[in-house]
Design a protein around this ligand. Structure first.
Ligand code: PMP
Length: 451
């Protein structure tokens, strides 16, 4: 019998529908609309860690019973993770890292790139899928369309024009700014046609949609993916990089040390196979266990159910926001459907700074949203149509710690446990704040969010 479903999952989420003690907010219950940053943990996941803490022990090297059990758990977590994303586990390995950022950095080292190699990333990437590629190779941007979506014609043009120089196409599965879902299998097929591998940053996509690394078997598989446990209802500190075994078995990892070798003498070393070679030092066994439990719960609920529920929330939010005066949405809302859009909506209200609005929602409404540029500065600058000069001015302001009038947006991002009534309440607060904005302007601290 099933215990968890989309209809009862809210009661298994930590810190929801409870008054947060010590804070005298006008509204007691905290509304978390910042799930794109991190999701709150599932209580059964936390319980799992607590129960297992009695048994845990360092893995691989020990022969004690606890060490054997811990090793088995760690290896089971790899299998569960590979199955969850429908990866071919004969060909692919699951490397445990601390988060998506570490995974992408690892990949950028492990592809053995030279300065002439090209990696195509898109202009909608999170900094974590842009900065690691700079300076190791030629990082080139895939252009965007007017509405902020990927320009697939430009991708094809670049694949054709720079044929044989492009070592990787590296794109996000979904944007953490606009909520746009990319057509990753189409991009994969296109990339493979030009003999190029593809990495998909699944940090945003994985808690909301089924990810299928194998594709349809029509050369549209994903070669590498990465994601973080803290965005999928498990605690911070665990993430994965999944990709072909033969790629990781080559070369030397960026971190070396305990656990990465078979034999070391004073002058030489024989490397272990990956994933062990790519997990230097004592790994995060509890993190892997937590991720496995989270995956099991998500699977029990069903990703289709999650998708459907979150899409109802998204449609409701968009239609309610349309009734707010002076609002501008930074996503093309004409054709929102669950296959091309996540429950992530960004907006601004005219004449209310994004960072003031986010603070007011928190102080007045006890509603947690995020404001700023969401670790995607180039993308947000583009969505706001900033000129090169305006971008430069912003950079200067930031360097001097001047956070007034800096560019940014307000973001709402849903988790599977959010409700329609939370949206109603949120939109009411938004209208109230908007109406009374003149009385607030000097009273509140601006949220320092630019990042
Ligand atoms: N990529 C995307 C699309 C993200 O939204 C995030 C987190 N905001 C990351 C990468 C980085 O994830 P982490 O901080 O867990 O490394």
């Amino acid at each position: 019998t099933r215990k968890y479903s989309i209809n009862n999952i809210r009661k298994y989420i930590s810190g929801i529908d409870q008054h947060i003690k010590g804070v005298s907010y006008s509204k007691g219950n905290y509304t978390n609309f910042d799930n794109a940053a991190s999701t709150p943990p599932l209580l059964p996941v936390v319980k799992k860690i607590e129960n297992f803490s009695k048994y845990y022990s360092s893995i691989h090297r020990g022969v004690g019973l606890k060490s054997i059990i811990s090793t088995e758990i760690f290896e089971n977590a790899r299998e569960t993770t590979l199955n969850f994303v429908n990866a071919n586990s004969k060909k692919n390995i699951c490397i445990f890292v601390k988060n998506t950022t570490e995974a992408i950095n690892k990949l950028s080292y492990r592809l053995n790139l030279s300065k002439d190699d090209i990696v195509l990333v898109s202009l909608m990437e999170h900094h974590s899928n842009d900065l690691p590629w700079r300076n190791k190779c030629r990082r080139m941007y895939i252009k965007l369309l007017e509405n902020g979506r990927l320009d697939l014609d430009d991708l094809e043009y670049k694949l054709k024009y720079y044929k044989n120089k492009i070592k990787l196409v590296s794109v996000t599965g979904a944007s953490n700014v606009t909520g746009y879902i990319n057509d990753i299998h189409r991009i994969a097929k296109l990339s493979h046609q030009y003999n190029t591998k593809i990495f998909v940053d699944c940090a945003q996509l994985i808690p909301h949609r089924k990810v299928n690394m194998s594709g349809t078997g029509n050369d549209d598989h994903l070669d590498f993916i990465a994601f973080s446990a803290h965005k999928m209802y498990a605690p911070f500190g665990a993430g994965v990089l999944i990709g072909p075994k033969d790629i990781f078995n080559k070369g030397v990892p960026e971190y070396v040390g305990g656990g990465t070798i078979i034999s070391v003498t004073e002058n030489n070393e024989y490397w272990a196979q990956s994933p062990e070679k790519d997990e230097a030092g004592t790994p995060n066994v509890l993190g892997a266990l937590a991720l496995m439990e989270s995956i099991n719960i998500l699977q029990e609920i069903g990703m289709e159910k999650v998708k459907k529920h979150e899409n109802v929330l998204t449609e409701k939010l968009v239609s309610s926001l349309k009734t707010v005066d002076n609002i501008k949405l930074y996503t093309s809302i004409n054709n929102i459907n669950p296959n091309n859009h996540l429950g992530v909506i960004t907006f601004n209200i005219k004449n209310i700074p994004h960072n003031l609005l986010a603070s007011l929602l928190s102080f007045e409404g006890n509603i947690g949203v995020r404001s700023g540029c969401f670790c995607a500065h180039p993308y947000v600058h583009r969505l706001l149509n900033l000129s090169t000069n305006e971008v430069r001015k912003t950079q200067q302001k930031m360097l001097f710690g001047d956070i007034k009038d800096i560019p940014g947006l307000v973001r709402v991002s849903f988790g599977m446990y959010n409700t329609i009534s939370e949206i109603d309440e949120f939109v009411n607060f938004l209208k109230l704040i908007s109406k009374n904005i003149d009385s607030y302007k000097d009273q509140y601290i601006y949220n320092k969010g630019y990042n």
